[in-house]
Design a protein around this ligand. Structure first.
Ligand code: MRU
Length: 347
């Protein structure tokens, strides 16, 4: 199934906290449950979070007891407020909520039923569009992959981080579909281990050769010529091309530059936030210290040790060879290319 789906007045998603040991689909019947699922990372990855929030708002409309459009719109604003505070960095969350509210507040909708129906259709369109966009990005991005390449990636920017197909893994899948043989170095990605648990699982299911490494091994592999290209996703891209992604991405880009290895970010335009001038303006999520001190119920650090669980970092645009989007590759100077791609600057 897709990472997240609407199913007869419920929202279903794969519980990513349990993979790879258990594949379980969980069902949510109210927006509170959907908000919790995003906060607790049942579902994660910027595009998947956006689609989930959209389905959450469709669900809020579906379950609302409002008798008129004004009351329903008030319920939707309250639901949106609950969803907005779940995760701060992935801009797709806010992009999808704003898109849904925009539809709900359309003056042409003058019945509760019309708003409910419109939101369900819009959420489904956000989800379907994500899959189309990933396919398109894959087709465009696979051109930077050569036959025989060893690709290094971080975190999970696969089908599970999106509605389906993936951004980085979409590029990898498209390269394979074009007949190229590739091998992927998979960073385990502490503390939540999205690489070890999710990326390795996806690649193995697709029979794409991969090797799991401890995060700290990436520099050695790059210095010794074992990596041809680095690809990672984005949670938010600023207008100048600075990229916020899973913590550890910045280090990879710097070491890639030091070793003359191209480093691309793969990001749909829904992750590009033209309202922020620089990466320094991107809010960086800090999460529960226990994600660092406890692994699957097992404490690995002394009780009470101070912890900084910083979930994302920012790669300054100068370290990127380009940003692969569904509208083309933004090449350096990335800020200028993004303005063109986003239609906000000279054509
Ligand atoms: O904390 P997560 O697992 O939601 O972080 C996910 C990432 O950092 C991904 O690389 C990013 O969202 C891009 S997913 C296509």
């Amino acid at each position: 199934m897709r990472t997240v789906e609407w199913d007869a007045g419920t929202v279903k998603m794969i519980d990513q906290r349990l993979l790879p040991t258990e594949y379980k689909v969980v069902t949510f019947r109210d927006v509170e449950g959907v908000a919790t699922s995003i906060r607790e990372m049942v579902v994660r990855g910027a595009p998947a979070i956006g689609a989930t929030a959209a389905f959450g708002l469709a669900l809020a409309a579906h379950t609302s007891a409002a008798a008129d459009v004004h009351a329903l719109r008030r319920d939707l604003e309250a639901a949106a407020a609950q969803l907005r505070v779940t995760r701060p960095t992935a801009v797709n969350l806010f992009w999808a909520i704003d898109r849904m509210l925009d539809r709900a507040f359309n003056d042409d909708l003058d019945t509760v039923e019309a708003i409910r129906h419109t939101l369900q259709v819009e959420a489904q369109e956000i989800a379907d569009e994500d899959v189309r966009v990933n396919r398109r990005m894959g087709d465009i991005g696979q051109e930077v992959i050569r036959d025989g390449d060893h690709i290094l990636t971080h975190c999970n920017a696969g089908a599970l981080a999106t509605v389906d197909y993936g951004t980085v893994l979409g590029v990898v899948r498209a390269a394979v579909e074009h007949g190229k043989s590739v091998h992927v170095w998979v960073d385990e990605t502490r503390p939540r281990l999205q690489g070890a648990r999710l990326t390795a699982w996806e690649l193995m299911r697709d029979h794409i050769p991969c090797t799991l490494i401890a995060d700290n091994a990436a520099g050695h592999l790059m210095r010794t010529g074992k990596v041809d290209i680095v690809l990672y996703g984005a949670d938010r891209v600023a207008a100048n091309g600075d990229v916020a992604n899973k913590v550890g991405s910045y280090k990879l880009a710097v070491v890639a530059r030091e070793n003359g290895i191209p480093c691309f970010c793969v990001s749909p335009t829904s992750t590009i936030d033209m309202s922020l001038a620089h990466g320094d303006d991107i809010p960086i999520e800090e999460r529960d210290p226990e994600e660092v001190t406890v692994i699957r119920g097992q404490r690995i650090a002394p009780e009470g040790v101070p912890v900084a669980n910083i979930a994302f970092d920012v790669t300054p645009h100068r370290y990127l060879s380009g940003i692969i989007t569904e509208r083309g590759i933004a090449s350096p100077p990335v800020g200028l290319s993004l303005r063109r791609i986003m239609g906000a600057g000279p054509a």
